[in-house]
Design a protein around this ligand. Structure first.
Ligand code: NAG
Ligand code: NAG
Ligand code: NAG
Ligand code: NAG
Ligand code: NAG
Ligand code: NAG
Ligand code: NAG
Length: 667
């Protein structure tokens, strides 16, 4: 009975003592470890056993003793521990000493030495069985004194550094293969140490972090730890540096008596700083090629950009154009001036191309750029030559051509910019602004003097061929300026003009020009006549009425014929006009529109009439007829019969009397 109770009590006691105890540190931020030497806990929670100081030791122990036995001479409980460590050497192949998991009777191992002693023993006590120190060393230096196998091994130390058993670092994969590991790789690795008291077996395993605990341990050593481990012991880590500075880190640690150590929460472990040589080589091996790739890519992109831009800005420049250097514009400059030919800069679209407004960057002068598309290179040389000649014309009633630029399939003409645009927008289509009579008369006189300059004032005769209100531009002071020399022809004074294609605008074309194809000063005068009537009447030369086209010249003629030529005036003027001037312009318009070119005045005479230097009476005879609808009469002075459609009831009238009446202001 008594024996039975004793047995029960001792069994209970044994059960009580065999209870599982342990701890786990997933990082050491809030841990209360007992540190000494140069060991420290970093702000990120790493246990840093040695910092960058040479020949020093560092210790870190769990603060409270662990009970390993029931009785001083009893057997040791089974225990289990696992920890994650990393060794950061100054150079990839150079390190100093190592670290060890230790079970020791004292926390600090105060008599121990640094260097090869790993902070565990000293020369005199090394190997003495009175030490009672158990350790698992991770040694990175080969010490012949302790019969080390290499400089990268794991060993089991019992009271001394001559390991009871040791092997090169590595791990058995579960498929049977073996992987070497380098302790000084700077990579975090996990160690498992398990002591099974029933089998008296010590198992040590090692694996890279994130690799499961290997089924086959790296070291398996049969040893009863009872003589070594005392009743109450301290567990912790010891580490030392030698001639080279090396950092030994522990990232997490779990320990348990009578049970397997709790698994570490790897994701919660503090991040291990990758610094020094290792990081440098990362920069070199990954960063540098990336940077090179980036630079190469940027280079290719910029080359492509430059080529594309060059192509976009490409011009056509041939040898014969060298003489025209000063008149030649760079496409790039025009492109910048017109802000890339933006639609907002578009001034107008004509039959020959689009006109853009621009500001030259170099001189900040305002320009108008006309883009004329041309398909063939034929005649281009002559055309450019004429353009350049015309560019040399200088008169205050001409729009100056500043130069040109030539591209594939395109010609760009650069003109002075006329802020008030073309005259036609002030005349018809319900204009927002109409010009006063004074302004109109000034425009007429200006254009006449510009045209006279073209016909007589220059080294060659210049036939404009396209005089009409839309080609008259107004400068800032509302002076009329003749523009658009796109159809202009040049020939020497005293020679006969060449036959050309009939060109111009319908309504302004002289009948003989349509017949013979010859453009003369007189055909310009004819167009000028149409222009005079346009300005005075505020109507187009040919207007499309409800039933049929209204021919302006015929209508003015019929007004004159009806006895009141002033009836033809632009009604928008109201009473704001000078009667004499209005009559003069209307009649001069009729005169210039004579179907017989010889009957038309020259521009010199036109100007004299306008200036009042030549009384209208002096012109003795004229005839009026519009090219399209009336029968053009002969070209000699003899045939002065006025040929009007019979509807006017004037056929056969003696022209001289008619003309006299017209010019003397009768009817
Ligand atoms: C290493 O630790 C010791 C003790 O904590 C300290 O005095 C020393 O400055 C540290 N050295 C470096 C390089 O951090
Ligand atoms: C840390 O451990 C020491 C030694 O066991 C003890 O004296 C101290 O009170 C502990 N501190 C904390 C905050 O737990
Ligand atoms: C253990 O020690 C006690 C006294 O300290 C002794 O009585 C006992 O016989 C010892 N047992 C063994 C197995 O050595
Ligand atoms: C370390 O490696 C370099 C080459 O990487 C070698 O030249 C040097 O001898 C090595 N040092 C040691 C101590 O192995
Ligand atoms: C070595 O360590 C032992 C204790 O482990 C101590 O008694 C002894 O004095 C130490 N010797 C030296 C030289 O430090
Ligand atoms: C072991 O250490 C003890 C106590 O420090 C000492 O008495 C003994 O002589 C040492 N044995 C050897 C072999 O050094
Ligand atoms: C692993 O290490 C051992 C000893 O250092 C060596 O003999 C073996 O060739 C290594 N194996 C591999 C795959 O590197």
């Amino acid at each position: 009975m008594f024996v039975g109770i004793l047995f029960l009590v001792s069994l209970l006691a044994a059960l009580n003592y065999a209870q599982e105890t342990g701890f786990v540190y997933n990082g050491f931020r809030s841990a209360n470890l007992s540190l000494d030497g140069i060991a420290e806990i970093t702000s990120s929670g790493l246990l840093k056993l040695t910092n960058d100081t040479t020949q020093k030791k560092g210790h870190a122990f769990h603060p409270d003793p662990v009970r390993f036995k029931n009785l001083p001479n009893g057997s040791v409980f089974s225990f289990s521990t696992t920890f994650v460590f990393a060794i950061q050497p100054p150079y990839p192949n150079l390190s100093s000493h190592g670290l060890a998991f230790v079970v020791a009777p004292q926390r600090g191992l105060p008599w121990s030495r640094a260097n090869q002693f790993l902070g565990m023993f000293n020369e005199t006590c090394n190997g003495n069985s009175s030490n009672h120190v158990f350790g698992v060393e991770l040694d990175t230096v080969l010490s012949f004194k302790f019969q080390d196998i290499d400089n990268n091994h794991i060993g089991i130390d019992l009271n001394g550094l001559r390991s009871a058993v040791s092997t090169s670092a590595g791990y058995y994969k579960d498929d049977g293969g073996f992987n070497n590991l380098s302790l000084i790789s700077g990579q975090a690795m996990q160690v498992w140490v398990d002591y099974d008291d029933t089998a008296k077996l010590i198992n040590v395993a090692l694996a890279p972090i994130n690799v499961q605990k290997p089924k086959t341990p790296l070291l398996s050593f049969m040893q009863d730890l009872s003589p070594i481990i005392n009743e109450n012991m301290y567990v912790g880590f010891s580490s030392s540096t030698g001639l080279h500075r090396t950092s030994h880190f522990v990232l997490g640690w779990s320990f348990s008596v009578n049970g397997e150590a709790q698994a570490l929460a790897l994701s919660r472990l503090p991040k291990f700083p990758q610094i020094g040589k290792k990081e440098m080589s990362n920069v070199l091996t990954i960063g540098l090629p990336l940077m090179v790739l980036f630079v190469v890519l940027m280079l290719i992109l910029s080359v492509v950009y430059v080529i594309r831009r060059k192509r976009k800005m490409a011009e056509v420049l041939e040898d014969w154009e060298r003489d025209y250097g000063p008149h030649r514009f760079k496409y790039r400059d025009l492109y910048i001036a017109t802000k890339g030919f933006r639609d907002q800069e578009l001034l107008g679209t004509g039959g020959f191309g689009r006109v853009y407004r621009g500001i030259l960057l170099t001189s900040s002068t305002e320009i108008a750029v006309k883009r004329v598309s041309h398909e063939s290179r034929q005649g281009m040389r002559e055309f450019v030559a004429e353009i350049i000649s015309i560019g040399r014309l200088r008169h205050r009633n001409l729009v100056s051509l500043l130069g040109y630029c030539r591209r594939k399939r395109e010609l760009l003409l650069v003109y002075d910019y006329m802020p008030n645009g073309s005259l036609n927008k002030y005349l018809y289509n319900q204009p927002k602004v109409t010009l006063s009579w004074m302004q109109r008369f000034r425009v007429i006189k200006g254009v006449a003097s510009g045209l006279l300059y073209l016909h007589e004032g220059w080294e060659q005769v210049v036939i404009h061929r396209d005089i009409k209100a839309s080609n008259i531009l107004l400068d800032a002071e509302f002076n009329g300026r003749l523009g658009d020399f796109g159809l202009a022809r040049l020939y020497d004074h005293g020679t006969d003009p060449q036959t050309t294609h009939v060109a111009g605008t319908f309504g302004y074309l002289a009948p003989e020009h349509m017949r013979t194809g010859k453009a003369t000063t007189s055909t310009d005068v004819f167009a000028f006549g149409a222009f005079l009537l346009e300005v005075a009447c505020g109507r187009r030369p040919i207007e499309h009425g409800d039933t049929e086209g209204v021919i302006l010249v015929d209508w003015v003629f019929s007004c004159w014929d009806g006895g009141d030529i002033l009836q033809a005036r632009d009604p928008r003027l109201g009473a704001g006009f000078v009667e004499e001037e209005m009559k003069l312009v209307l009649k001069l318009g009729l005169m210039c529109s004579h179907s017989n070119s010889l009957m038309r005045p020259s521009m010199r005479q036109v100007l004299q009439y306008l200036e009042g230097d030549l009384p209208m009476l002096e012109l003795l005879s004229t005839g009026i007829s519009f090219n399209g609808l009336t029968i053009a009469h002969g070209e000699g002075f003899d045939d002065l019969t006025m040929s009007r459609p019979s509807s006017l009831g004037k056929a056969g009238t003696d022209l001289s009397s008619v003309a006299e009446s017209v010019l003397s202001g009768g009817r």
